[in-house]
Write a protein that binds this ligand. Structure first.
Ligand code: 5GP
Ligand code: ZN
Length: 149
């Protein structure tokens, strides 16, 4: 086993070396309660494969994360937990706030006025001009190695 997986807290939860309040498990994913909930009922869905970033996961490990999340999201709304809506949140890299280097999707129960939110830059709200958007699209398209359809 790679050292990164041996020391990873989420891999330890997968190996049942560290306790967690398990919500759901299938052959590719595990879902459990976040120990530091952003709102009560906050769940994490993780792939059973250790990888820091989503794009490092094998393709077949990615779909099941969202499939598990769909079921759990529906269940959260029906559970009696305060949950008008669910925020799906994924920090893909330390610069985006990722603290645990094992890809994970946060499912956070939400309601109007819950005080939870993403903080945005002070200049947020400016409508970008088309030239600027086209330039960014071109950079990403080039990195994708695809031509537009
Ligand atoms: P990140 O900031 O990486 O997107 O989120 C990591 C999340 O993992 C945090 O919300 C944190 O509370 C949660 N977490 C970290 N260590 C543990 C743990 O040992 N058990 C559980 N259940 N959650 C954890
Ligand atoms: Zn891991």
């Amino acid at each position: 086993m790679a050292a990164s997986a041996r020391h990873c807290i989420f891999c330890k939860i997968l190996r049942r070396e560290v306790p967690a309040s398990i919500v759901r498990e299938d052959s590719s994913t595990l879902a459990f309660m976040d120990i530091r909930p952003m709102n009560p009922g906050h769940v994490l869905v993780i792939p059973k494969t250790h990888a820091a970033y989503v794009e490092d996961l094998p393709a077949e490990a990615v779909g099941p994360i969202l499939e598990a999340a769909m079921e759990i999201s529906r269940a959260m709304r029906a559970s009696g937990i305060r949950c008008e809506a669910v925020s799906f949140y994924l920090a893909n890299g330390a610069g985006a706030g990722q603290e645990v280097s094992h890809a994970h999707l946060h499912l956070i129960p939400r309601w109007r006025g819950d005080g939870f939110g993403l903080r945005v830059r002070p200049d947020y709200g400016r409508i970008a001009d088309c030239t600027e958007l086209d330039a960014f699209a071109l950079k990403i398209r080039t990195a994708l190695g695809r031509s537009p359809d």
